[in-house]
Design a protein around this ligand. Sequence first.
Ligand code: GLA
Length: 394
Amino acid sequence: MSRNVKPAVWLVLAFCSALIAVNRAYAAEEVLARTPPMGWNSWNKFGCNVSEQLIKDAADAMISSGMHSAGYEYVVIDDCWQVARDANGNILADPQRFPSGIKALADYVHSKGLKFGIYSDSGTKTCAGRPGSRGYEYQDARQYAAWGVDYLKYDWCSTDTENAEAAYTTMHRALLASGRPIVFSICEWGKSKPWLWAKDVGNLWRTTGDIYDCWDCKKEYSTGWLVILDQQVGLETYAGPGHWNDPDMLEVGNGGMTVTEYRSHFSLWSMLAAPLIAGNDLKNMPAEIKEILTNKEVLAVDQDPMGMQGRRVRKNGDMEVWAKQLQDGSRAVVLFNRGASETEVSANWEDLGYPSRLPATVRDLWNKKDLGKFTGQFSAKVPSHGVVMARVTP
Ligand code: GLA
């Protein structure tokens, strides 16, 4: 009897453990970028001027500045680390700028308790004219995994007539096949509306062209953060744990804007549940910039586990109110003044989705101060180009 039962028991056990393994695989995939990724990327400040030393310095500064303790973890080399392919098609790093090779650099970043990211492009060439991954997707993904890459930003230059969904799906599958969990950052500038197809392909997708370090300027391929902000309206429902709208990396601290404007840029990116990828020189960071990037109460808004993207709930000329629902039922609120002079801005409970008679406490997240109990609304004076950012808790 027991002899007959045993095979059946083993069969059931084998079936159950297979189920558990499949579940784990899915769970592991889902856990990637459960909250918007936080880190640093070389492009906004250094462009093509990347090197082993620059990346090591950024990793060191991420620790010593307190950025890592605030939650930043990915150190990402953008374009220009690669120069050619060898006779077997393996991608080669610039030997002058990365003399120890990418694996050694990844090991260094990991030794600091940080994660390591890299950049490539879906076309034949990257935007800076370096070799792209087209036709080499599986080979490159295997190489990244062997190096210890944790994050891939994948651009869209020289893609000719490629179909974006198909091209990004190929690299997504190649990354899965590599066996290493790698956050996949789709950088296709919103051209094919990736929010409609990328949820199961990547962990974040750019929604617009490049950001430029200015308030609202418009250049050929890039614009100020305010122009990008307006392009996020209507995309709110597409974001969630594991898959985020990406309004591009931060310009905070790069010198083209005032501290007030940088605080507004950072506040609104946090309201959008945007990936927070710093783009400044971490090694030479003034105190007021560090204070913006490491404000824990503001970061908690961006990183709220429910993963709801905030929305603009009121616009009256230059005065705007933005609200983001948080997991504990409270709301993050930004009163935003785009105008040229100080103005009083009010947030109504109804715009926040609360009954107007509900009493709630209001905490100012930049001044780190409780403002008291309010019912129906609260108002504050907001400086030109500035914000008041608060958490409203019933
Ligand atoms: C594109 C991307 C940028 C950056 C550059 C690098 O413009 O959108 O973020 O990666 O390429 O060449």
